[in-house]
Design a protein around this ligand. Structure first.
Ligand code: ZN
Ligand code: ZN
Length: 339
């Protein structure tokens, strides 16, 4: 049995270029009913060094870093690291440094893009072959607002009316995620981030947008070290899904592969056997899609779906939710590996 917790990943405080200090951020996280929050200030883990990591009322603060080179590209989230990693302009060196520190390295907003001071700037990931990264931020809420605005007027419009922005992961990023998971036959974690700075909108509003839900192997017991380890363990295992709460609450999404007597969770591996199937349960009715090696192999409307699995490869699940007559991106599960 696993325990679902709703997390907000990728947040900036006054320790880098965010507007709020830790006390304010954690107050707003509690207001937004966030179970855990992963702070990733640019090139610093000062919040951890100053003892802020741990429980703040009902929200667990976990401190990582956003490794931010001077090149305005190749931002890399580093989680579970004992000390800050100095940024290199070479993404391969940043990937290697996170590995050496025993951390989890996640490519941030891989397609980049933001309007800064009236000018459109790119912050993309430039080299997918730079090394064995551990994950990809497949959906970044701030990118939904800033990255899709092509000029200052569109930016102002999307900030004022965030629901007007065409929210969702970039298909190229999802395809790359599938392709690398398949070709390298290794787990590449997909997470959702808010990239909140408290500048475009209130932190508490951002914290209800794009979340990462983990399925922890034990319940939190409010011992900070124990609970932080559970968060990292679930992320490393890929036992997590991206849920856009700005569309609808994603809590309660379930999917598992059943092979004989074995039930395998997201991020897991299984050997194909007769009668193997992928079972999906959506929290509310939606358009459920099964993706095998980048191809949609089944798509059905409803709450539950059972798909027979006949070929090896990587599988994942997406759910879209009907909003004002059209289906919009909502939930993205991590890969299953079938041999
Ligand atoms: Zn960034
Ligand atoms: Zn950021």
């Amino acid at each position: 049995m696993t325990h679902e917790y709703r997390g907000v990943i990728h947040v900036h405080s006054t320790f880098s270029d965010g507007r709020g200090d830790i006390d304010q951020i954690m107050l707003e996280a509690n207001h937004a009913d966030v179970d855990f929050l992963i702070l990733t200030d640019h090139n610093t883990i000062e919040a951890k060094l100053r003892g802020y990591e741990g429980w703040h009322d009902c929200c667990l603060l976990v401190v990582g870093e956003e490794i931010t080179p001077k090149t305005k590209a190749d931002h890399y989230l580093a989680l579970d690291i004992p000390c800050a990693i100095d940024p290199s302009d070479d993404p391969a060196k940043n990937i290697a440094a996170v590995r050496k520190a025993g951390g989890i390295g996640i490519i941030a907003h891989p397609t980049g893009g933001a309007v800064v001071k009236g000018e459109y700037l790119e912050y993309p990931w430039t080299d997918w072959d730079a090394g064995p990264f551990d994950g990809i931020e497949i959906w970044n809420h701030t990118y939904d607002i800033t990255g899709k605005a092509k000029n200052i007027f569109e930016l102002i419009f999307y900030v004022l009316f965030p629901k007007a922005a065409k929210a969702g992961p970039i298909q190229d990023v999802l395809d790359t995620w599938d392709r690398y998971s398949l070709s390298q036959s290794r787990r590449i974690i997909g997470i959702g981030g808010t990239d909140s700075h408290g500048l475009l909108s209130r932190y508490s509003d951002d914290f209800k947008t794009v979340c990462t839900y983990i399925l922890a192997k034990e319940a939190f017991n409010y011992d900070a070290a124990h609970d932080i380890a559970l968060v990292y363990e679930a992320l490393r295992a890929g036992r997590c899904f991206v849920g856009a709460d700005k569309v609808a609450k994603a809590s309660g999404f379930k999917c598992e592969v059943v092979c004989g007597d074995n039930a395998v969770q997201m991020g897991g591996r299984a050997c194909l056997s007769r009668g193997a199937c992928l079972n999906v349960h959506a929290p509310e009715p939606g358009l459920i899609r099964i993706i095998h090696n980048s191809d949609v192999i089944l798509e059905e409307k409803g709450v539950d779906l059972e798909a027979a699995l006949e070929s090896p490869g990587v599988y994942r699940v997406e759910v879209k939710r009907r909003v004002y007559g059209r289906y919009v991106p909502w939930i993205y599960g991590n890969h299953f590996f079938l041999a």
